[in-house]
Ligand binder design. Structure first.
Ligand SMILES: [Ca+2]
Ligand SMILES: [Ca+2]
Length: 82
C-alpha cells in the first residue's frame, strides 16, 4: 500500500491493473479514450479518470500520456496460424 493506502486515492494509484490511459476500461488505448479526454478538456476536478497524470486538470500533459500509451492493449490479440 502506498501513501494513499486506505483512502479514496488508493484506488487511483499508478500500480492499478491495466493502463491509466485506458479511460473507458475496454482493455485498449484508442480514439474512444481520446474522445473521453476531449469531453473533459480543461476541466479541473479531483479524481477524474481522464486526468491521467493526476494533477487536478485534464490538460496537455494528459494528452501526452495518452500518446505515450497509444494503441496499448491489455491482452495480445489472437492471431490464428495458417
Ligand atoms: Ca479504452
Ligand atoms: Ca492532468
Amino acid at each position: 500500500m502506498g501513501c494513499f493506502g486506505g483512502s479514496i486515492q488508493a484506488s487511483m494509484s499508478a500500480s492499478e491493473v491495466g493502463n491509466r490511459a485506458d479511460v473507458n476500461l475496454d482493455g485498449r488505448v484508442d480514439l474512444h479514450d481520446a474522445a473521453r479526454l476531449s469531453e473533459k478538456w480543461l476541466l479541473r476536478q479531483d479524481l477524474l479518470r481522464e486526468d491521467l497524470d493526476r494533477n487536478g486538470e485534464v490538460d496537455g500533459a494528459d494528452i501526452f500520456y495518452l500518446g505515450q500509451n497509444w494503441l496499448w492493449q491489455e491482452f495480445e490479440q489472437y492471431i490464428p496460424s495458417l
